[in-house]
Design a protein around this ligand. Structure first.
Ligand code: F6R
Length: 615
């Protein structure tokens, strides 16, 4: 998704912006651009393609200490040089970069065209440049250097905009300032020594400063090299103390790994240790999740739980819902946040809602939260990014502390979310009828997970071999039952995202209701056979597939399955609640190695973005 990085200070802006753009690459994009102020003159360079393509067209040295840079992920208008950001006004005096979507673009565009403005791109974002220029023209009587003139012009335009924006504006007549604004699309300020940064993602600036201020919706910040002033859409000043960034610079480096994806898979044992740290009350055989802000009486009063998220976060929520329902015996389900928000959902006072998000910025999840809160419901966040929009709007919840996840696909945060839900299940279950002995058994199994996962990851030769086999196919099915179905869903999503093999997940029992028609030698099935009461039923499903000549690779916790002709991957025994976590590890690695085998850009799959901040 689009990325913003901006700088004003005393150092050379170009390397700072370019480095920031490289850091934002993981979010997914199709074009890149930069605008700089050099001797009070605006220079814009932009191109379709990668940041490396932008570097190739830049002059060798540009002496500028103020600049804005952007990576674009096409929404309005195809990836093209003209549609890349920054966009300028007709006089080429001001440049803007924009993340988000202007919903009333059609009317605004028509107004501009009616007034004789010639538009240079198909984007909605370009409208900002012309509208701000018009507002400034109206104020031409006022002394140009007046403090806040550019901010006022931006504010007036924002009041006409419907939609979402993370915006940065640069103007050659205002060389000592940079304006940024936020509505529904993240923006963080970085406070340096005689320099200020702004970015859509802290990863773009964390090398330079750890002191940040997260803008809230409806806020505009005027940055100069010596400070910042935040106002709202009514021009009222907001005071804000900087916060310390919790992510470390190393998290954005690949270390000795070839890809972030592999690095993050390898980090999982350590991540799970962090998820557990300080959160288990061994004495009472329960979990201690203070961030949820739920008293024992609150816990007891919850009659139903609903978990919301998108993509992998939704799948993690579905597995989490099964954990809670089976252990705590509270009705619990998960729903796609994008579907939920538009169905005019019934919100009940004794239902507790969880919003799951790695980035904490997913637009649809945010919208679902707003819908719940507007109707008086209580929603808690299960979020990785500290200080993100979702974390802040929920106000309470549990941080995953998985560290920055740079690869587009979620791996370590998915597994961390599952463990978090296992703890939430334990917490609820121990206020109901789960015995201390049963609670202790689960806690013991949780403590064993990091070691078990490490052993699996360190010994991944078999996974590579299976990945090689799968990489030769264009289609694959994943099947499982109950929690095993959740694993199948995530396994299929991982495989299709990174290797572009068409992969679909089905509850095993659904096979004969349709998908069996497509089973053939050309379509292998990965069967998740957990060591539960459904094991035998899963074995029957494998028989059905074999009878139609379909190949089967089984992920199993028990004995070898002779009918699985493509082989068996053994997963260690654990508490049944935690089995999905272990069953998923081989599937992550198989997806990774299949992508490598097929020569795919595993860290940045085509068309995908790390943080989906538009609808
Ligand atoms: C899949 C993946 C996506 C995200 C989804 C939600 O590997 O990464 O499906 O899970 O876009 O993102 P967050 O968790 O940031 O809300």
């Amino acid at each position: 998704m689009c990325g913003i990085v901006a700088y004003i200070g005393t150092n050379s802006a170009l390397p700072i912006i370019l480095e920031g753009l490289h850091r934002l690459e993981y979010r997914g994009y199709d074009s890149a651009g930069i605008a700089l102020l050099r001797n009070k003159k605006l220079a814009v360079h932009k191109t379709k393609g990668r940041v490396a393509d932008l570097e190739a067209i830049l002059p060798k040295r540009i002496a500028a200490t103020t600049a804005i840079g952007h990576t674009r992920w096409a929404t309005h208008g195809a990836p093209a040089d003209a549609n890349a950001h920054p966009h300028t006004d007709t006089a080429n005096k001001l440049a803007i970069i924009h993340n988000g979507i202007i919903e009333n673009a059609r009317e605004l565009r028509a107004d501009l065209i009616a007034n004789g403005t010639e538009l240079a791109s198909e984007t909605d974002s370009e409208l900002f440049a012309h509208l701000i220029a018009q507002e400034l023209e109206k104020a031409v009587e006022i002394e140009r250097a007046k403090h806040g003139l550019l901010t006022d012009a931006v504010r007036k335009v924002l009041l006409r905009i419907q939609g979402a924006y993370g915006l940065a504006v640069l103007h050659e007549d205002f060389p000592n300032e940079l304006i940024v604004a936020r509505q529904g699309s993240p923006l963080v300020l970085g406070i340096g020594n005689n320099e200020l940064f702004a970015a859509s993602d802290v990863s773009a600036i964390v090398r330079h400063t750890q002191q940040v201020v997260y803008l809230d919706d409806g806020e505009i910040a005027r940055l100069t090299k010596s400070g910042f002033e935040i106002t709202n859409l009514h021009a009222q000043i907001t005071h804000r103390e900087p916060a310390q960034v919790t992510t470390s610079v190393e998290e954005f480096d690949k270390a000795n790994f070839e890809h972030f994806t592999l690095k993050e898979i390898h980090e999982q044992p350590e991540v799970l240790e962090r998820v557990l740290r300080g959160r288990l009350e061994e004495r009472f055989a329960t979990a201690r999740l203070d961030g949820l802000n739920l008293s024992p009486r609150d816990l007891l009063g919850v009659k139903r739980i609903k978990i919301l998220g998108c993509g992998s976060a939704f799948i993690a929520g579905s597995i989490g819902a099964r954990m809670i329902e089976s252990l705590a015996r509270i009705p619990c389900d998960a729903e796609s946040a994008a579907e939920f928000r538009y169905k005019n959902p019934l919100i009940e006072a004794d239902t507790l809602y969880f919003a799951v998000s790695q980035s904490g910025e997913t637009f649809d999840t945010m919208a679902a939260i707003e819908e719940i809160q507007r109707k008086g419901g209580r929603v808690l966040g299960v979020v990785n990014s500290v200080g993100s929009s979702i974390a802040r709007s929920c106000g309470a919840g549990a941080y995953l502390h998985a560290g920055a996840e740079v690869a587009v696909i979620s791996t370590k945060t998915f597994v961390a979310t599952l463990l978090m839900f296992a703890m939430i299940a334990l917490l609820f279950a121990r206020t109901r009828d789960l015995s201390p002995a049963a609670g202790t058994a689960l806690i013991n199994a949780m403590h064993e997970l990091p070691g078990q996962i490490k052993a699996m990851i360190d010994n991944d030769k078999d996974y590579r071999a299976h990945a090689k086999t799968l990489a030769a196919f264009d289609h694959a099915y994943f099947i499982g039952r109950n929690a095993g179905f959740g694993v199948a869903q995530e396994g299929a999503l991982k495989l299709k995202e990174v290797s572009y093999i068409h992969a679909e997940a089905y509850p095993a029992a659904e096979l004969k209701h349709g998908p069996l028609a497509l089973i053939s030698e050309q379509t292998p099935t990965i069967a998740i056979v957990l060591n539960d009461e459904l094991e035998k039923k899963n074995l029957s499903s494998i028989e059905e597939i074999r009878a139609r000549n379909g190949g089967v690779l089984a992920i199993t916790q028990g004995e070898d399955i002779p009918t699985a002709n493509l082989g068996c991957i053994k997963v260690p025994q654990t508490h049944p609640l935690l089995a999905p976590i272990l069953a998923l590890i081989p599937l992550q690695l198989i997806a990774y190695y299949a992508a490598i085998e097929r020569d795919c850009d595993v860290d940045k799959p085509r068309n995908l973005a790390k943080s989906v901040t538009v609808e």
